[in-house]
Design a protein around this ligand. Sequence first.
Ligand code: CA
Length: 244
Amino acid sequence: MSAGPPAHATVLVVEDDPGMSRFLRDCLADAGHRVSLAQDGQAALQELGRRHVDLLILDLGLPDLDGMALIQTIREWEASPLILVVSARGQDSDKVAALRAGADDYLAKPFSLQELLARVEARLRRLTRAGEEPVMISASLRLDLAASQVVRDGVPVRLTPMEQGVLRELLRHRGRVRTHREILAAVWGPAFTAEHTYVRTIVQRLRLKLEADPAHPRWLTTVPGVGYLWQDSLTVEAEGQPPR
Ligand code: CA
């Protein structure tokens, strides 16, 4: 991945005030980010389950649940996304409580546009440095190969080095097919490109460890006669529902 702030981060704005929500969306979109909106906590959780989000911008005062509870829920099942709180609650005690609950940053309303964008950029720059290896997150599955962490339904999963190698190769090219030969060459080495059973065995083991239904994999799919494909979460989502 490139150094410097990512030009096209995926940002989810969780805010029930339509004017503020539109303002944030327009500013962030102008700065080059992909922005989606959620008007309450439930919509935010659904959105986070459907797609990878780099940064969450969160208003604490939501109609259905308290933003603090939302932070705690998100932090229970994954370490990402980054969470930037924007709140009318400007007391130091509010800030401390939000940061303790797992927020990464806190901006009191009213705030200036420059300050918001500077905070967002600073947060995303840190994310880029940390994210040199593929990180894939859904509601039930978190894969962070740089940290050698795989968590399914909140439970850490142990992978062998070869399983990690195959997973890394597929994740690096997620959304695109990798042939048996390409996977073998990348993980075992160029002398092993005929050993298709190696790949098949590892893929079966990965499915047992990572898929909710290994017989009908959602993520690690077979392309018959060609190889394997790790489904991009955005592709999976696009088949169900149009992006906002
Ligand atoms: Ca609010």
